[in-house]
Write a protein that binds this ligand. Structure first.
Ligand code: GLU
Length: 473
């Protein structure tokens, strides 16, 4: 059997949205499941969009996510170079071959003429399609223009009739009438290839077996297949992925402030958890498992189970998954994750290292993402706490004031430790007759302003005797 080879082919635009990362992940999983090869190819043919350091950004993101590149710009490999901008000659040669075969042609139409065509199409309210004006230039005309250095592009000569179709592994049978396909540009006037051309040449030369990408390419794939046919090449399998959308159906977009991978990472989401979450955006296992290590994903991932309906991005679900990973961190790892946020938000210099560590520890099971620690522990850093309506309502119950008075008396006299605070709560129970919620909740609300939180004696201990007494008064 042919060895599986997949590729992640980002354009270096300076950030990685979640859809990109999910494509990379699925490609990686498909390759690794079959002991195949995962390739990184940088699609930098649109030089206007290239951002400095973007490649480093992409490779850093992949390595944070535990996605290992086998062949790529840093690793090298048999089928390099892996920057498209370093392969210009390759594309130009193949384009010329197509011209010789009559499957492509030089087009000398200038911007002015194209603009006229566009306006005309606009007026008629139809999509602009290049009209094939240069398709029938004579050999002499072409030579003449080339000799005079007239700027040109190379366009694909689409068949006038027939249908081109393929079976996408997610979307099923896709068929397009050739008459509807534009004679698309393969080589631009600056000598660079378009994506439409370069992706075909590279996927072929790099022996890619499975192409995984966003479904915006679903309907242009027939154009690519015509190129494969022209060269008598076998095409790869296609796996187009549904978009990731927000509740309500809108596409995630950087411009609208939707989180990218780095945004999430910078808020203290763990890369393993983000990856775990992304795996479930559009794919599901055959059982109900929700938490997967990378190795488990490699074992269980099956692209036949990718769903073609839009995948809905649900922050709550991501937070739940992230919380599961946070629960498994060692205390040192948890401190590493959360301390920078706390340092930025609060003056920690007045607190001891042990106190801070203990504070972080008691919130481990309450935390969804690193930065959330700042809100969770706010009550330890501010003088006044606010009590919300629900809690106020609770506090109206009979006997509560008495319970609180008894508790206050008890702790006034004790040596401050978790055990003695616990004992004071037990003694209060005995003396007041209050139990369960009516015992713990009033103390919690009065001292923290909240109805939920970590173990009460530990919380009170860290608040300190003075603060607890003051809040009880
Ligand atoms: N450079 C393209 C993009 O970033 C890649 C699409 C593909 O994977 O073929 O959208």
């Amino acid at each position: 059997m042919e060895k599986v080879r997949t590729r992640f082919a980002p354009s270096p635009t300076g950030y990685m949205h979640l859809g990109n990362l999910r494509s990379a992940l699925f490609e990686y999983l498909i390759a690794k499941k079959e002991n195949g090869t995962f390739i990184l190819r940088i699609e930098d043919t649109d030089q206007k969009r290239v951002v400095t350091d973007a490649v480093k950004f992409i490779t850093d993101t992949l390595s944070l996510c535990n996605i290992h590149v086998d062949e790529g710009p840093m690793q090298g490999g048999e089928y390099g170079p892996y920057f498209q901008s370093e392969r210009l000659e390759i594309y130009q040669n193949y384009a010329k071959q197509l011209v010789d075969m009559g499957k492509a042609y030089y087009c000398f139409c200038d911007e002015e003429r194209l603009e006229e065509l566009r306006e005309e199409a606009n007026l008629r309210k139809v999509a602009f399609l290049y009209d094939g004006h240069c398709r029938n230039l004579s050999k002499e005309e072409i030579e003449e223009k080339l000799k005079n250095n007239t700027p040109y592009v190379i366009r694909q000569a689409m068949p006038k009739d027939g249908v081109t179709s393929y079976d996408d592994l997610v979307y099923g049978h896709i068929a397009v009438e050739n008459a509807l396909l534009e004679d698309q540009i393969l080589i631009k006037s600056d000598g660079y290839p378009t994506y439409n051309f370069a992706n075909v040449i590279d996927d072929h030369l790099m022996h890619i077996t499975h192409v995984v990408r966003g479904n915006e390419y679903l309907s242009s794939t027939p154009k690519y297949l015509l190129l494969y046919q022209a060269f008598h090449w076998t095409s790869p399998l296609y796996i187009h992925l549904p978009h990731i959308v927000k509740e309500g159906g809108k596409k995630l977009s950087k411009r609208e402030g939707d989180a990218s991978f780095m945004d999430l990472y910078n808020e203290g989401y763990l890369p393993e958890a983000i990856i775990n979450y992304l795996a479930l955006l559009g794919w599901s296992p055959s059982d109900n498992q929700e938490i997967f290590s990378m190795d488990e994903l490699i074992e269980k991932f099956d692209y036949h189970r990718i769903n073609n309906s839009p995948a809905i991005y649900d922050v709550k679900k991501l937070q739940w998954i992230n919380a599961q990973y946070i629960k498994k961190l060692s205390l040192d790892e948890l401190c590493e994750l959360t301390l920078p946020f706390l340092e930025e938000a609060y003056d920690l210099s007045v607190k001891s290292k042990e106190w801070i560590k203990e504070l972080i520890r008691i919130y481990q099971n309450h935390l969804s993402y690193g930065k959330e620690m700042v809100e969770l522990v706010e009550l330890f850093f501010k003088e006044e706490i606010t009590i919300d309506l629900e809690a106020k309502e609770f506090m109206k119950q009979e006997g509560i004031e008495n319970t609180l008075k008894i508790f206050k008396n008890k702790i006034e006299k004790i040596f401050w430790s978790v055990e003695s605070i616990n004992q004071a709560i037990m003694d209060t129970k005995e003396e007041s007759g209050a139990k369960g919620k009516l015992l713990y909740m009033p103390i919690r609300i009065k001292t923290t302003g909240q109805m939920h939180g970590p173990e009460l004696p530990e919380t009170l201990f860290l608040l300190g005797k003075d603060t607890v007494l003051k809040r009880l008064s």
